[in-house]
Design a protein around this ligand. Structure first.
Ligand SMILES: Nc1ncnc2c1ncn2[C@@H]1O[C@H](COP(=O)(O)OP(=O)(O)OP(=O)(O)O)[C@@H](O)[C@H]1O
Ligand SMILES: [Mg+2]
Length: 334
């Protein structure tokens, strides 16, 4: 690399992302609170967290897909370009081209009255202005790339004519239609049975490496996260409470919530062991506890946890939001 070359900006950078919902006559709730991360091309970051922690709202905010009454703050940069301040028409142009999303239930992203071929070809025509024959030929190649057998015939299928696994593959093909830089995947395998789930995860991993996409993957399943991620972000009540590399977080989780999540996962050899789960339920966003939001469920909570927890940052992008992390850091000999 020449000396004066400026380094490539991250594929996706999110800073201080905050989403508040306020409906008429209701108290305002903060569903996402100061979320930030940076993701390079060719890397997969998984957001791991229980139901209601704000995973889907975070992805929708990045895509600009939240309803008008949602108040979104913070910055989202794609390849260095600030996208939240773009006019809606410009943002719509980016969706499906530079950034695509795949969902848990493919039917929600597909139009039931158009064939798979028409939907993929239409996306290509809309974003690239190619003619129909070229777009259809590309749609066929995309179906082949996601290992759908008899691609030419499948192009003529309607979504409901496919099995769940095939439909999920078709949705991945649709998401890849315009060669996106960033792919957001919201629990794309949870509705599938285990064997199909593994096939889809492997396919995503393969495509992501081949195409050099940055992928944000959302799941509540630690096993799935372990299969697919380079980086992990653990989310609780709207906040990231721990981030790090897959290896770092799995081997040496720092936050008591992360430790709870990992120990409540069934590992191969321990299937019959009674596993410790995290007691209690996540808090209501309308009544968050003071200080550390995890405090009421935390076996390690002390009086100091009633104050806002410190954010301890390490090298290589690791972060822990916990009072105990300060003591742990201080105990490490220099
Ligand atoms: N359109 C909306 N209006 C008001 N509140 C909303 C809206 N969408 C989401 N929320 C609230 O934001 C919080 C986070 O929701 P989100 O869908 O991001 O959770 P999640 O982590 O994706 O959960 P799950 O694992 O169940 O999909 C929830 O409390 C939810 O009720
Ligand atoms: Mg969700």
């Amino acid at each position: 690399m020449p000396l004066d070359a400026t380094p490539e900006p991250p594929a996706l950078e999110v800073e201080g992302l905050t989403v508040r919902f306020r409906k008429r006559d209701e108290q305002e709730v903060c569903a996402v609170n100061g979320v930030g991360f940076s993701l390079a091309r060719g890397k997969v970051m998984t957001i791991l967290g229980e139901s209601g922690s704000g995973k889907s709202v975070s992805l929708k905010a990045v895509m600009g897909l939240l309803p008008g009454f949602a108040k979104v703050e913070g910055q989202v940069r794609m390849a260095g370009r600030d996208i939240l301040s773009l006019p809606p028409a410009e943002l719509a142009k980016l969706r499906g081209s530079k950034v695509s999303m795949i969902f848990q239930e493919p039917m929600s992203a597909m139009d039931p009255v158009y064939t798979i071929g028409d939907q993929i070809a239409e996306t290509i025509i809309q974003h690239e202005g190619t003619d129909r024959a070229t777009a259809m030929a590309r749609a066929k190649r995309l179906l082949e790339r996601v290992s759908i057998p008899s691609a030419a015939r499948r192009l003529k299928n309607y979504p409901h004519e496919m099995s769940g696994g095939m439909r999920q593959r078709a949705m991945i093909a649709l998401a890849l239609a315009c060669d996106p830089l960033v792919l957001l995947a919201d629990e794309p395998t949870t509705a599938l049975d285990v064997t199909v789930q593994i096939q889809i995860l492997m396919l995503l991993r393969e495509l992501q490496a081949e195409l050099g996409m940055a992928v944000v993957f959302v799941t509540h399943d630690v096993g799935v996260a372990a299969e697919i991620s380079d980086q992990i972000a653990v989310m609780y009540a709207g906040r990231f409470v721990e981030t790090g590399t897959l290896r770092g977080v799995m081997r040496d989780p720092q936050h008591p919530y992360t430790r709870g999540l990992l120990s409540s996962t069934v590992h191969g050899g321990m299937r019959k062991t009674l596993l410790r789960t995290i007691p209690g339920n996540p808090p209501s966003l309308a009544a968050l506890p003071e200080g550390c939001h995890f405090r009421p469920r935390c076996a390690e909570a002390v009086a100091g946890c009633q104050r806002e927890p410190p954010v301890v940052r390490g090298e290589t992008g690791t972060m822990v939001r916990c009072l105990h992390a300060v003591a742990a850091e201080a105990a490490v000999p220099a």
